[in-house]
Design a protein around this ligand. Structure first.
Ligand SMILES: Cc1cc2nc3c(=O)[nH]c(=O)nc-3n(C[C@H](O)[C@H](O)[C@H](O)COP(=O)(O)OP(=O)(O)OC[C@H]3O[C@@H](n4cnc5c(N)ncnc54)[C@H](O)[C@@H]3O)c2cc1C
Length: 427
């Protein structure tokens, strides 16, 4: 936790703008200028309670949100100089709430105990937030989670060196203390089986359902050699935390986002000789945060920008990869520059393991059997208030393709909670 004087200095740097542009660029619309003003006045508990009106993930979002692309992007200070370090202050307040055991404030209705039961499927940021905002209003919520531990990618994805598990557990404990029931090691499945529940069973048992089981299946590139031994999906490697022995090996990571950064740094720390991130666009276009790219470079990760992988070569296992250089051109109707392979610029690299980090999708086998509208990637489609094509079922987070950040997932969970409350009131 940062020193209180440092935090106060950071708060003093905030101009307390009346229009609060930082709040509009925060996916959760946190009252950023408001909670910072309370820090200036040393009203820390009030600052926490103000944040709780829109979020229950302060210690997490404070640490790992891409602030420069979200809240800090709107900061007026940032126009001429450095933006206010909003994330550090949010993490500080969240940590203080844990340390002092401050409770998440509940609405008056929570005391009424509304006799409506809601099932939340998946205990990641979207599910936890939806559960919290329903329970705060007095609804009865049960979270079903396939893993032993809640948290989703916060617990089974983002490595400890970026987000301490202790912080995740303490944040979740505070949320569960609202009175949320949890059933872990139970998964939503298409067919009845041990430790599983089907959508029909849920529909029979609950008044409403919120689906938030994420989209953590690594996408494939459909290139030659992708089925060879030694090719892994980055999402699965991080989720299961089961790795081969990388000592003395050369590893190629394909992609340029969070998963590419987290796998590359994890694998380097596990002893790989070289780890090379291969990205088809230029460094400025990488979706990963600048800070993470810098940290990766400092840790010895190598980068090959404007490079495409064409083939993975080997008899039974990966031995080499064939790559090609790209040039970036502006295509009509596209906002981002598109990479185009440069003829005859092919080259080979000696590689032992390839990690695919080129996107992810939900478990299509499951989403296509829920009797809900889905898109071309198998993501569940939602309409007003995050309601799906079945009025009793709501969905959010990565499962609906919600911009792939914790804050956006949490926002969809909060929206769905509001939608569920409206739906149940009208029943
Ligand atoms: C490696 C990595 C690093 C990232 N880094 C950042 C970052 O720094 N900052 C940021 O803002 N975002 C980051 N993201 C994105 C962010 O983590 C996700 O957008 C967010 O976690 C999505 O939340 P969610 O609740 O929709 O899904 P998830 O977090 O995926 O949670 C889904 C939950 O559902 C459970 N589940 C799955 N299937 C079932 C089933 N059938 N039955 C029951 N439960 C099930 C899962 O076990 C999981 O607990 C990162 C993502 C990855 C993969």
């Amino acid at each position: 936790m940062e020193n209180i004087d440092t935090i106060k200095n950071k708060a003093e740097y905030c101009l307390s703008c009346i229009k609060k542009p930082c709040s509009s660029t925060c996916p959760l619309n946190n009252d950023t200028a408001g909670f910072i003003k309370l820090i200036k006045q040393e009203k820390y508990k009030e600052a926490y309670e103000l944040l709780c009106e829109t979020t229950v993930l302060q210690p997490i979002c404070g640490r790992i949100c891409p602030h420069t692309k979200q809240c800090q992007k709107g900061c007026v200070r940032g126009i001429k100089s450095l933006p206010v370090e909003i994330g550090d202050m949010e993490a500080f307040i969240g940590d203080l709430a844990i340390k002092n055991n401050w409770k998440i404030p509940t609405g008056n209705s929570a005391k009424i105990n509304i006799n409506k039961n809601i099932a939340v499927i998946g205990g990641g940021p979207a599910g936890l937030t939806c559960a919290a905002f329903l329970t705060k209003e007095g609804y009865q919520v049960t979270i079903y989670e396939k893993h032993q531990e809640l948290g989703g990618i916060l617990s089974h994805g983002i490595p400890e060196f970026r987000l301490e598990k202790k912080v995740v557990r303490e944040t979740i404990k505070k949320i569960l203390d609202l009175g949320i029931k949890v059933k872990t090691n139970i998964e939503l499945s298409v067919n009845p089986k041990e430790n599983a529940i089907t959508i029909q069973e849920l529909e029979n048992e609950f008044d409403a359902i919120f689906l938030s089981f994420g989209a953590n299946i690594s996408s494939k590139m459909e290139i030659q050699g992708e089925n060879l031994k030694g090719v892994y999906g980055g999402n699965e490697l991080l989720e299961k935390d089961k790795h081969p022995n990388y000592i003395g090996k050369n590893v190629a990571i394909i992609g340029g986002g969070n998963v590419a950064m987290d796998t590359s740094r994890t694998i380097k720390r596990l002893g790989a000789k070289t780890v090379t991130v291969i990205y088809r666009r230029a460094e400025e276009q990488m979706p990963a945060e600048k800070k993470e790219i810098e940290e990766a470079k400092q840790e010895g990760i190598e980068f090959l920008f404007q490079t495409n992988i064409l083939k993975i070569l080997g008899k039974e296992k990966v031995e080499k990869i064939e790559c090609i250089k790209t040039q970036l051109i502006k295509k009509e109707g596209e906002t981002r520059l598109s990479p185009v392979n440069i003829e005859n610029s092919n080259f080979l690299m000696d590689i032992d393991y390839v990690v695919m980090a080129v996107g992810s999708s939900p478990e299509v086998e499951l989403t296509s059997n829920l009797n809900l509208n889905t898109d071309y990637k198998g993501r569940v489609e939602v309409y007003k208030n995050n309601q799906t094509s079945n009025p009793k079922i709501f969905a959010g987070g990565d499962l609906i393709g919600e911009k792939g950040t914790v804050a956006w997932a949490a926002r969809s969970g909060r929206n769905a909670a509001e939608g569920i409350i409206e739906f149940l009131k009208n029943k």
